[in-house]
Ligand binder design. Structure first.
Ligand SMILES: CC(C)(COP(=O)(O)OP(=O)(O)OC[C@H]1O[C@@H](n2cnc3c(N)ncnc32)[C@H](O)[C@@H]1OP(=O)(O)O)[C@@H](O)C(=O)NCCC(=O)NCCS
Length: 214
């Protein structure tokens, strides 16, 4: 049973990570899917993607949910029928979910040097505190900033929200594994805490929003 890690963040926020070691057949036998999700799964070309998708359902089953408790809105954001918030990520062998009565967002990415070449697509003011001369630290910080912006985007799910213009990551230290991001967009002017950790060659980031369910 490859539940990789479970983190209790607070009384009603839980993060779970799955690492796939099973075959697609083994996973499929253990997960019951709604028709719409079976169709989606069958339409996926990559086996890795299929396993990531099923890994998410395995994690849900770990804590008493099934695919039947999950639905998506028209933007692709997942929701739980009981009103709790859920955010989902999958990358290569890993799948991760975070569930809470707060708004939340999660992202997991393989750390890659390519992040350096695309940095100017998602960063602007943050360049003021980044130091490209320390290449390894620079890359790690870019990975965290990217993960934070993806996680914040998933939490907000607002069309037109720009990584570069509307989400700002305040200066942070890698060793502290936490920081603050702000969002200024339309009526929103808020700051949110984020947390990150390295999992093998990946970076896992999650952010916490305001409490909106019991
Ligand atoms: C949708 C998006 C957030 C997905 O992130 P990703 O890193 O590609 O993939 P991940 O595996 O981490 O996350 C995928 C999950 O995000 C969730 N998701 C998709 N759209 C979402 C949305 N609008 N809001 C919240 N969550 C969403 C889904 O649960 C999806 O998995 P599932 O469909 O299998 O359940 C991302 O592709 C995106 O659109 N980002 C914002 C656009 C942008 O500005 N990008 C780059 C700027 S330089």
């Amino acid at each position: 049973m490859p539940l990789y890690k479970s983190i209790i963040i607070d009384a009603d926020t839980q993060l779970l990570i799955w690492k796939n070691t099973e075959s697609l057949e083994e996973l499929s036998q253990q997960v019951q899917l709604k028709d719409v999700c079976s169709l989606r799964l069958n339409g996926m070309k990559s086996e890795l993607h299929k396993k990531g998708f099923l890994g998410v359902r395995m994690l849900m089953q770990e804590i008493g949910y099934t695919d039947f408790d999950l639905f998506y809105d028209t933007d692709g954001k997942p929701h739980l029928k009981d009103g709790k918030h859920i955010s989902i990520t999958h990358s290569y062998a890993f799948s991760a979910i975070i569930i809470s009565s707060r708004e939340i967002g999660i992202d997991m990415e393989l750390q890659r040097e390519k992040i350096i070449t695309i940095a100017n697509k998602f960063i602007e003011p943050e360049f003021a505190y980044l130091d490209p001369l320390h290449l390894s630290l620079y890359m790690q910080k870019l990975m965290v900033i990217w993960g934070v912006k993806e996680a914040v985007y998933k939490m907000m799910s607002r069309s037109g929200l720009s990584f570069k213009q509307n989400i700002y990551v305040f200066p942070f230290e890698l060793k502290e594994k936490t920081g603050t991001a702000s969002v200024q967009f339309e009526e929103i002017n808020e700051t949110y805490p984020f947390f990150f950790e390295e999992i093998e060659d990946f970076i896992l980031v999650y952010c916490l929003g305001t409490k909106t369910t019991q």
